[in-house]
Design a protein around this ligand. Structure first.
Ligand code: C2E
Ligand code: CA
Ligand code: CA
Ligand code: CA
Length: 279
């Protein structure tokens, strides 16, 4: 079936290349991705610095197309946003993450917080709150175990609108983490006004510690600032022991990165949990 799919695609692609772009082809394929079960989520553990246990995970979209192979999110998320498909795909991701988290809760004694990325476009989706309520209802997942990651630049693009949405999310009982924090331009005044529970230090800073003085200073400042606003701090993209040691020493709460594990599929993540390993 895979083979014939590949041939069919080649034929189709040569035909289409005559009068349309690669982009259009990809768009067509993406339209069918949900229906054809080509989307999945990978999960990357978030490790608590004090207990060294997995306390949560980030859900990351993967698209495996029979002919194109695995298409990286950096390629298809922008396309999904340009075409509006992000609404369906983003909703699918929240639902899939909640279903999976519920399965793990039923199978293990531990409760984990699953974080799903939210596109800027979803923020202006009038149905977002109702959709999330329905998903939580359908999956019977306690909202405390769902987190949404929203980038700093998304929030700062329209801070007043963001505050309204963040308040609605807080009212449902979902936590919000500000993603890629530090590379945008949030003023401290705004950060104080945002009803958020966590800040994720951008990977570009984390990867510079401990050697780069600027990155170290910014990382420490973000941790201090976030804590003073009673936010949890998550560092993303930690790859080395030295980076983890630095983050632990400076009281970062949670660390995520290749040092502990790359994002893995649900089966492999389940294995990590069953081993109940200390990271
Ligand atoms: P992001 O939200 O900043 O996600 C973190 C990215 O860093 C992931 O890339 C992850 O695999 C990668 N990463 C994790 N640890 C390390 C590390 O130690 N070193 C390095 N070099 N990289 C690390 P990925 O999975 O390719 O996702 C890329 C981006 O695609 C995400 O960046 C996010 O913006 C977007 N994305 C992924 N899934 C979704 C989704 O469901 N919805 C939306 N709207 N965007 C998504
Ligand atoms: Ca993220
Ligand atoms: Ca329903
Ligand atoms: Ca990030």
């Amino acid at each position: 079936a895979k083979q014939s799919g590949r041939n069919a695609y080649r034929y189709y692609s040569e035909e289409m290349n005559l009068h349309t772009s690669e982009r259009l082809r990809l768009e067509e394929a993406l339209r069918d991705a949900i229906r054809h079960d080509q989307l999945s989520l990978h999960y990357q553990p978030k490790v608590d610095m004090l207990s060294r246990r997995i306390t949560g995970m980030e859900a990351l979209l993967r698209w495996n197309h029979p002919a194109l192979g695995s298409v990286p999110p950096q390629r298809f998320i922008p396309l999904a946003e340009e075409t509006g498909l992000i609404h369906a795909i983003g909703k699918w991701a929240i639902r899939a993450a909640c279903i999976q988290n519920r399965l793990w809760q039923d199978a293990n004694a531990t409760r984990l917080k699953v974080a799903v990325n939210l596109s800027p476009l979803q923020m202006s989706d009038d149905n977002l709150i109702a959709d999330i309520r329905e998903i939580l209802d359908d999956t019977a997942l306690d909202p405390a175990w769902l987190e949404l990651e929203i980038t700093e630049s998304t929030v700062m693009a329209n801070p007043d609108k963001a505050i309204v949405l963040l308040k609605s999310l807080r009212d449902i009982g979902i936590s919000v983490a500000i993603d890629d924090f530090g590379i945008g331009y949030s003023s401290l005044a705004y950060l104080k006004r945002f009803p958020i529970q966590a800040v994720k230090i951008d990977r570009s800073f984390v990867q510079g510690v401990p050697q780069d003085h600027g990155d170290a200073a910014i990382t420490k400042a973000i941790i201090g600032l976030a804590h003073s606003l009673e936010c949890t701090v998550i560092a993303e993209g930690a790859e080395t022991q030295q980076q983890v040691d630095f983050l632990h020493e400076h009281e970062c709460d949670t660390v995520q990165g290749y040092f502990f594990s790359a994002p893995v599929n649900a089966d492999r993540f389940g294995e990590l949990l069953r081993m109940e390993m200390r990271m």
